[in-house]
Design a binder for this molecule. Structure first.
Ligand code: PLP
Length: 441
């Protein structure tokens, strides 16, 4: 298929300029291949050559809830930028759309969380939550509560704060050290039960967490951060009793729990917020991605009332990005939330997940497929050398992802030995079937 759009520059010229000028996250200089996307509509995107792809990844980054090229969001952006593109929210200033968005997020949120701090994305949100947690304790007379607990293979972003919380060492290779007073614990990856030495995974993890707190001193710990369902680790839901027991243990020691819902919020898992139904009862929720479906960069940190009030006492919260509450981004977010609601996309995510699960039923029996995990409209297909040893097949997911894109025009992503799907929530049954046929093949 070819795009009707007239290109002023050929694909080859764009690719050449890209190689000369654009620094890509996570790309190595030796990788010369480029896939330059120029247009999107629904669940499809077109590259500069005019090739059409089925986007099974939400713009290759777990978002695009409402699909690509939605005129409703283009109109919201045009209307807002012609009315008021931006006015700061620092100090006593504000703009109407940031207020309306904060109120809307608070409306959707679990009970007790109603104070909102706006950011440009997830990493800034994680940094903000960590800073808020420490400041909250410090204002209440516990300035030594500085330690942050997170999990290996948890992904929270790449700034020095969020990167320090992330559980992937390569993020700091050669650019370290990351920050002090960050401690990692074992993640809940039930498929890899060998990690827990034959013990029940939750029992093992709770014992380890208790020992970690005892070693640091529980009164030195500010917060624990975790994704309700781990995304970058390969779409891994924890055992049902994991978050309730973690929550209870942290609560006993006055330690805050931060839910990183950058991926999971806004329908992705079949709920507005995933933490609520996993018994996480977080004190703060970090969100981004699905908040605008990617139509503008925007994130938010939702806080318990007393945390929001606590950090603004005295000298206030000495924190804030120029584009906090950007009026156009907030107008887009409001229009995006309207669409998610009007089109029932939170429920539809569950339907999309069922179509994908059914379509992958025969793939689940293949010898190198260890486990297929489906959570709402997120799927992780974990590849193993053998189903008996569960040894990861690292070469498999990258090769499959490349072949799916180049041969079948289906975009998926590989995370370690897992193929990940996180399509727009507007995916229809035929496209779900097309994707699962290609993946199975
Ligand atoms: N937290 C999670 C769970 C994420 O998946 C991501 C990004 O993928 C981030 C935080 C960081 O967000 P950003 O890339 O917008 O800084």
């Amino acid at each position: 298929a070819s795009t009707a759009r007239t290109q002023s520059m050929s694909a080859a010229e764009l690719e050449d300029l890209d190689r000369r000028h654009l620094i890509h996250p996570h790309q190595r200089a030796a990788q010369h291949e480029r896939h330059v996307m120029v247009r999107g509509e629904g669940c499809h995107v077109w590259d500069a050559h005019g090739t059409r792809y089925l986007d099974m990844t939400g713009a290759a980054n777990w978002l695009a809830q409402v699909g690509h090229g939605r005129p409703e969001l283009a109109e919201a952006a045009a209307r807002q930028t012609s009315e008021l593109e931006y006015f700061t929210s620092f100090d006593v200033y504000s703009n109407d759309k940031s207020i309306l968005l904060a109120a809307r997020i608070a409306d959707l949120a679990p009970e007790g969380l109603d104070r909102v701090f706006l950011t440009n994305g997830g990493s800034e949100g994680v940094d903000t939550a960590i800073k808020a947690a420490r400041l909250f304790h410090s204002r209440r007379g516990e300035p030594d509560r500085t330690w942050i607990i997170s999990r290996r293979f948890g992904y929270h972003g790449v700034t020095y704060g969020a990167g320090s919380a992330s559980g992937f060492d390569h993020l700091q290779f050669g650019a370290g050290p990351f920050l002090p007073n960050f401690e990692k614990v074992t993640p809940p990856l039930p498929y890899h039960r060998e990690m827990y030495g034959g013990e029940d995974p939750t029992d093992f993890l709770l014992r380890e967490l208790e020992e970690t707190l005892a070693r640091i001193g529980p009164d030195k710990v500010a917060a624990m951060i975790g994704e309700p369902v781990m995304g970058g680790a390969g779409v891994v839901p924890p055992p049902d009793d994991y978050w309730p027991r973690v929550r209870e243990l942290l609560g006993r020691h006055g330690i805050l729990l931060i839910a990183d819902e950058v991926v999971t919020a806004f329908g992705r898992t079949g709920a507005w917020f995933d933490s609520a139904r996993r018994g996480m009862a977080p004190d703060m929720i970090v969100m981004a991605k699905g908040l605008t479906s990617g139509y503008a960069p925007l994130g938010a940190v939702l806080m318990r009332t007393d945390i929001g009030d606590g950090i603004t006492e005295d000298q206030g919260f000495a924190h804030g990005f120029t584009y906090f509450g950007h009026a156009a981004s907030c107008a887009i977010a409001l229009a995006n939330l309207d669409l998610i609601e009007k089109e029932g996309l939170v429920d539809r995510a569950r339907q999309v997940g069922e179509w994908l699960r059914d379509g992958l039923a025969s793939a689940a029996e293949l010898p190198h497929v260890g486990e297929i995990r489906v959570v709402g409209a997120m799927v992780g297909i974990e590849l193993v050398v053998s189903r008996d040893t569960r040894e990861p097949l690292f070469a498999g997911a990258g090769a499959a992802t490349a072949e799916l894109r180049d041969v079948h025009q289906v975009i998926t992503r590989d995370y370690g030995n897992t193929i990940v799907l996180a399509p727009p929530l507007v995916l229809d049954r035929d496209d779900a079937a097309r994707a699962t046929r290609a993946i199975t093949e």
